[in-house]
Ligand binder design. Structure first.
Ligand code: GCU
Length: 583
């Protein structure tokens, strides 16, 4: 499905005056896409988004008498009959507007999984593909004075040419899964900016003005202020509305121990936007990771975007604070937000708490590697994540995928993604989750993908899917690359409260034994620079169907879906405490 009419990245939407459309939306479940397609399967004019009957008096649908769904929210967790539903749901929300000459209007979606078609007052305003990245449309010329009807068709169908493809080990949560904002912005507004550490003793950045449409000449003076650092600069934009700057300043650097952020404000003739930004330097030196010039070890945990203590997708600041609070309790300074771009609040709260972030796009397992549209989709998701979170000091690792097959087609596809990250933003390290080969009991990480990476991630399940817990401490690791390794997955399943021998799978004792063995092995890997064990919390998966133990949950969490901490939580927590004490 063509993605079209997308407006470029509007930076820091959460910091702007916007109106949330969160709440109860009217919805129609439409498995055959009858709301858009004729009986011959082609788009037709009498689509439900037009809201006029096929013939007067003969309407066979009525949004205003249909079921309600909460937005933000996946539909899976709201109606039992939708638990396995993966096709189209139509959403309708009315809102009142009073037109004002001096402003332009946008509708901004935090995310909707997977394909979205958006209509306002019966007219299509745009379409978007991708289940985990924000998108916005300008609606200035379609908003009417008084009542407006926003209709969104969300299609969660898994696609072989999609990103991800059709196979995942997570639940396909369809819906408008994050907030929807109506943004009212001045006719010339501050659309985007980046502020970061520059050369020694400098803070550098740029700011981009934009207007109602591409033709608008969006230029004018812009002021940038960082009061705590005595920075107050008047900038002059170029004819394209962009201004760059570099000013003398010596900020306290952001780190997990001291996640210092500064109030940064941009002001133009009609607009003003403020942000809280930390300054840090992330780099690799041989097989070490340096934060602000100091070697760092990443004590992490992997997290899926599921609500901590209820069914369904996590969203918003409250869920972020609970999930990341558990990671802090575990002794983490690092979180892997798997396997897709999480809600913006997760990265903002990590920034505040001092948790380094591995962000990821769902280039997961197998894709249609030779499909140009699939590659463009993956690039767009990467670019959107980098643009959205570019001012978050915590966001240090950009992962271009997970456990892709070792084929030439995949290598070419992901090589282009690595290049695209570097072309878009050179303030993150490029990584992805690879898999090691087993050679006479040793683990060898020589995947050719390693050439393209700054940091190698590796998923391994020694002691669970293969290998014996007892032999773990003797397993040797090696790689032909002199690059840092982050063990991006390891672990074992356990049903909280199920106890027994440490050799019995799915007992808490067995999971704890695997963690102990893994720790003994990892302590001897000379180029290991961090880990993000799989996973913080049990999560829904269509592949995990063992009755009485899994019941459509992947049980590798250190915490159950009810918040019960398993024995392995304590094993990892004690090790992280020891590592932190050793410094
Ligand atoms: C893989 C994959 C995860 C999956 C995990 C598992 O490594 O990356 O998404 O959930 O294994 O088997 O539990």
């Amino acid at each position: 499905m063509p993605t079209h009419s997308l407006f470029p990245n509007i930076q820091n939407v959460l910091g702007r005056s916007g109106r949330s459309l969160a709440g109860r939306w009217r919805t129609i479940v439409d498995p055959y896409e009858a709301g858009r397609l004729s009986i011959y399967g082609s788009p037709w004019s009498a689509g439900w988004y037009r809201e006029f009957p096929f013939r007067p008096g003969l309407a066979e649908y009525d949004f205003d008498r249909s079921d309600l769904l909460s937005v933000p929210g996946d539909w899976i967790s709201q109606y039992d009959r939708l638990f396995f539903y993966e096709w189209t749901v139509w959403y309708k929300r009315c809102f009142h507007a009073s037109l004002d000459e001096g402003r332009i209007d946008f509708v901004h979606f935090g995310a909707a999984n997977y394909q979205s078609r958006v209509y306002l007052n019966g007219k299509e305003i745009g379409a978007h593909e991708g289940g985990f990245t924000p998108f916005a449309f300008e609606i200035t010329d379609k908003v009417q004075d008084g009542e407006n009807a926003l209709i969104v068709g969300v299609d969660a169908t898994r696609r072989a040419d999609g990103v991800p493809g059709t196979q995942t080990d997570w639940w396909n949560y369809g819906g408008i899964t994050r907030d929807v904002l109506l943004l009212e912005l001045p006719t010339v507004f501050i659309r985007d900016y980046q502020v970061r550490l520059g050369d020694a003793g400098q803070i550098a950045g740029w700011v981009q003005l934009d207007g109602a449409n591409a033709e608008a000449v969006a230029t004018g003076p812009v002021r940038v202020r960082i009061p705590e650092l005595d920075v107050d600069e008047e900038l002059t934009t170029d004819p394209a509305g962009r201004a760059e700057f570099s000013v003398a300043a010596r900020p306290s650097l952001w780190s997990p121990e001291s996640p210092k952020r500064y109030e940064v404000t941009f002001s133009s003739a009609e607009d003003e936007v403020s942000d809280r930004i930390g300054f840090r330097r992330i780099e690799v030196d041989g097989n070490r990771i340096l934060l602000n010039g100091e070697e760092i070890f990443l004590r992490g945990i992997a997290i899926h975007e599921e609500a901590p203590l209820r069914e369904g997708r996590a969203f918003g600041e409250d869920d972020a604070r609970v999930l990341l609070g558990w990671a802090v309790d575990l002794g983490c300074n690092f979180v892997r937000l798997a396997h897709y771009t999480h809600d913006e609040n997760m990265v903002r709260v990590a920034d505040e708490l001092g948790l380094l972030v591995w962000g990821e796009v769902p280039v997961y397992w197998n894709l249609d590697w030779e499909n140009a549209d699939t590659l463009e989709n993956a690039k767009r998701q990467l670019r959107t994540m980098l643009e959205r979170d570019r001012n978050r000091a915590a966001f240090v690792l950009c992962s271009i995928g997970n456990e892709a097959p070792g084929t030439p087609e995949r290598l070419s596809f992901m090589g282009e993604l690595a290049e695209h990250v570097r072309d878009t933003d050179d303030d993150r390290l490029v990584t992805c989750a690879l898999m090691a080969a087993q050679e006479e009991g040793d683990m060898v990480l020589d995947d050719p993908m390693g050439e393209h990476l700054d940091v190698m991630g590796c998923n391994e399940y020694l002691g669970w899917y293969y290998g014996d817990v007892e032999t773990l401490p003797n397993v040797q690791w090696r790689s032909k690359y002199d690059k840092p390794l982050i063990m991006s997955e390891l672990g074992a399943g356990a049903l909280a409260g199920r106890h027994g021998a440490s050799t019995e799978p799915f007992t808490e004792e067995h999971q704890a034994a695997v963690y102990s063995g893994q720790i003994a092995m990892m302590e001897k890997i000379p180029f290991l620079r961090g880990l993000s064990p799989w996973i913080l919390r049990d999560f829904r998966s269509p592949r995990r169907v063992l009755p009485g133990i899994q019941d459509y949950y992947n049980r590798k969490g250190l915490v159950s879906e009810r918040g019960q901490r398993k024995l392995a939580f304590g094993v990892l927590q004690r090790w992280y405490e020891k590592l932190e004490e050793e410094g």
